[in-house]
Write a protein that binds this ligand. Structure first.
Ligand SMILES: [Zn+2]
Length: 123
């Protein structure tokens, strides 16, 4: 699958796809955001100084019936003025939460009707 296709499908604009791993039961997409000048969340001074990274795994909507996992390498910046650290803002995180909720609602809705778990899983 093309990276551009995945970016559009999952609405990951501005994110960089580092690699995509296709496994038997899931697809793991490694992403990070480009380095950008940040405004300190405490004193508003600008900074590009990187403190460290933390990898966050986000379960996403399935692609072609496979579970999608986003492995997001979250970057932490450090303010040069006040020395405090903060994480970059990831535009795709709140959206992800909503999508996950939608998928859950869909499954709950199907469970109310008399479909077997197997049928739901297939869908
Ligand atoms: Zn600051």
């Amino acid at each position: 699958m093309q990276h551009n296709f995945i970016i559009n499908l999952l609405d990951l604009k501005r994110a960089i796809i580092k690699k995509v791993r296709y496994k038997k039961n899931f697809v793991k997409i490694h992403i990070e955001l480009p380095v950008r000048e940040q405004n300190c969340s405490h004193c508003k001074a600008t900074t590009t100084k990187i403190k460290d990274y933390r990898t966050q795994i986000i379960k996403d909507i399935p692609i072609r019936f496979k579970i999608t996992l986003l492995s997001y390498r979250k970057r932490r910046y450090q303010c040069k003025e006040c020395g405090k650290t903060f994480y970059e803002k990831a535009h795709f995180l709140p959206k992800r939460a909503r999508k996950t909720t939608r998928v859950t609602e869909f499954i709950v809705d199907r469970l109310k009707t008399k479909q077997s778990m197997k049928d739901i899983a297939r869908m």
